[in-house]
Write a protein that binds this ligand. Structure first.
Ligand SMILES: [Zn+2]
Length: 264
């Protein structure tokens, strides 16, 4: 009798679990955008530059995103399923499936509904414009902005032989400046402040010109005329590096001030 009771309890539990998982699969997960990232921003700041995921694998999780490369060899920007590497000398090449990344963020960008933006005089004003249209600061968002820009200040990061902290690397970087009108694409994300040890909080954009001759991590930009698409994200997936450098690193010492100095 006791055994039958146990079987009955287990069955009821399984039916409840099954119905919960079906409901989530059908209604939530299928229709909502997910973001995928490997490693954490703090690990990158602490010099964990060895990648253990290839761009071939990364593409299974998204066709749109930003990040960096094995040994911190440049800035990554990806959209429409194509990924590009902006090297520290400013040259830009297509990324091969075999290349590795120590930190990247991607999503399947599936929103097509666009709105117009114009006359945004700098990056800070772009942040204020986006603040006005975000329905809540508690979600993650992906942004795509296509159009005409000028006064673009962007940078890339140089390949590293050692695990020197990113704060040290950032000190010596000379940004690329492009004052003239340039047609191109901004790829960006917004992460809420409660994710501060995981990713860059607030707005984070990479740029690529249409002619693929200018790009990088955006420090400043003027928007002349552009189309904005916002992709809200309701799910988050993260894979962590398996090697010893990640196992042994102290991820509690990175400060928000250090991140602001590196990213802004
Ligand atoms: Zn960046």
């Amino acid at each position: 009798m006791k055994r039958l009771g146990n079987i009955y309890l287990v069955s009821v539990f399984c039916i409840i679990l099954l119905s919960i998982s079906c409901r989530r699969n059908n209604n939530d997960l299928k229709n909502s955008s997910m973001v995928f990232q490997n490693s954490t921003i703090n690990a990158l700041v602490e010099g964990i530059y060895k990648g253990d995921i290839s761009f071939g694998e990364l593409k299974e999780y998204g066709d749109f995103g930003l990040g960096t490369f094995q040994d911190l060899d440049g800035e990554m920007i990806g959209f429409d399923g194509e990924f590009y590497q902006v090297k520290s000398n400013g040259s830009i090449v297509k990324v091969s499936d075999e290349q590795l990344t120590p930190f990247s963020v991607v999503t399947k960008f599936n929103n097509k509904e666009s709105s117009k933006i114009s006359a945004v005089k700098n990056f800070h004003h772009l942040e204020l414009e986006l603040d006005k249209v975000l329905p809540s600061k508690n979600y993650i968002y992906a942004f795509r902005i296509d159009g005409f820009f000028k006064n673009i200040k962007a940078r890339s990061v140089p390949k590293q032989e050692t695990s020197i902290r990113l704060t040290e690397v950032a000190k010596d970087i000379k940004p690329f400046i492009k004052p003239s009108e340039t047609r191109g694409t901004l790829v960006g994300f917004y992460f809420p402040s409660y994710m501060k040890d995981i990713n860059v909080t607030g707005y984070h954009f990479h740029f690529l010109s249409d002619d693929k001759l200018f790009g990088g991590h955006v420090l400043d930009i003027e928007v002349l005329k552009a189309e904005l698409i916002i992709n809200p994200i309701y799910g988050f997936q993260m894979i962590l590096p398996k090697d010893n450098s990640f196992k042994n690193v102290d991820l509690t010492k990175t400060t928000q001030k250090e991140l602001d100095t590196i990213e802004r």
